[in-house]
Ligand binder design. Structure first.
Ligand code: PHE
Length: 349
């Protein structure tokens, strides 16, 4: 019976129970020894010797089993640690920043609508950022309080993009961090002949810092120049854009406004993508959300870029990518977008 029970023992705890059952104070073998007193004296010696032999055998068997179990456990443990077929522990994977997600979706949408991507430098010449865009010398946007000016001698690597640039001598106040993506309009028109159909998407800079403004932000700019281009084309294109980007065609509303590089100029709103125009909290019950500025390219801009305004017309628009991303995800403070806090970022898988 002992041998059978021993073979069934599969843990050290079970082994200990078996040991108690046989050799413990009330164990079967221990109790058997009490029987010895009942035997006639001449048999006691033989019984004692036999009892000792049985007890030693049981102890030895228990010990052997214990060693075996320990060994077995260690082997299992080692096998577990050394299992090279287990998949590796994966480091937590990052995700695309919500802004990058919007930027990608925007450029994909406009490319589907037939626009090519154009780029320009972040450190821009004030000629492209202001003068050629018909911004007068005394315009408040050129103020030190709005624009980051660059000391040219600290930036010998300023990248000249056209022959015009090479002839320019850089003086203090001539280099700025671009305050909008509109200088890419100028760069494009200086180097390409119409028809022109581009979007420029990138980082822009202004001395602004509060809940809805950051000194570094992002804009997307659109430009379309050809013969006979009208403002109706602009509105239709923006509506087509909403269909592609938001999955349904939303209304586009122009409100008269002024930008030196367009005439006529407008600010444009789109039907609220959340309520479709019925009025919700995100559009403050107006049914519309403000997007950006737009208008017909000013003849003075065409002239600065060597395009004949008697032959060609065109339109341009520009809007903030950060605000669009914020309203889309109801982000309360622009700061969240640039702090890199994982608790914020992991909400945008
Ligand atoms: N550049 C303007 C801004 O930054 C936006 C704009 C672009 C307006 C194109 C009209 C045409 O506010």
């Amino acid at each position: 019976a002992f041998q059978e029970a021993l073979a069934r023992v599969d843990s050290e705890a079970a082994l200990y129970e078996l040991q108690v059952a046989y050799l413990g104070k009330k164990g079967t073998v221990t109790q058997l020894r009490g029987e010895m007193g009942k035997l006639p004296p001449e048999q006691r010696k033989g019984f004692g010797a036999e009892w000792n032999r049985v007890r030693d055998a049981i102890e030895a068997a228990l010990e052997e089993r214990r060693t075996y179990l320990k060994d077995q456990a260690r082997r299992l443990d080692l096998a577990r640690v050394e299992d090279l077929t287990l998949p590796p522990l994966r480091p937590p994977a990052g995700t695309l920043h919500p802004l990058s997600q919007t930027r990608r979706r925007l450029s994909e949408s406009f490319q589907r609508l037939g626009f090519s991507l154009a780029v320009g430098p972040h450190v821009e010449h004030s000629k492209y950022n202001f003068d050629d865009l018909n911004v007068p010398k005394n315009h408040p946007a050129r103020d030190m309080a709005d624009t980051f000016f660059i000391r040219p001698h600290r930036h010998p690597g300023f990248d000249d993009h056209s022959d015009n640039d090479a002839a320019m001598r850089l003086r203090a106040g001539e280099l700025v961090l671009r305050t909008h993506t509109s200088p890419v309009q100028v760069r494009t028109m200086l180097t390409q002949k119409p028809p022109i159909r581009i979007v420029a998407l990138g980082t822009t800079f202004r001395c602004d810092d509060d809940a809805t403004h950051s000194p570094m932000f992002h804009q997307i700019e659109g430009l379309y120049v050809d013969r006979g281009v009208t403002m109706a084309d602009l509105k239709a294109t923006l509506m087509d854009f909403t269909r592609d980007f938001y999955g349904r065609r939303l209304d586009v509303r122009f409100r008269p406004s002024f930008f030196p590089f367009v005439e006529p100029g407008a600010e444009f709103d789109i039907g609220c993508p959340f309520c479709g125009g019925d009025g919700c909290n995100l559009c403050k019950r107006t049914g519309y959300i403000e997007i950006g500025g737009c208008g017909m390219v000013h003849p003075a801009v065409f002239e600065a870029c060597g395009i004949d305004p008697e032959v060609y017309t065109g339109w341009a628009f520009g809007f903030g990518v950060d605000r669009m991303t914020m309203s889309q995800h109801a982000v309360p403070h622009l700061r969240h977008m640039f702090e890199g806090d994982v608790r914020f970022l992991e909400q945008f898988p």
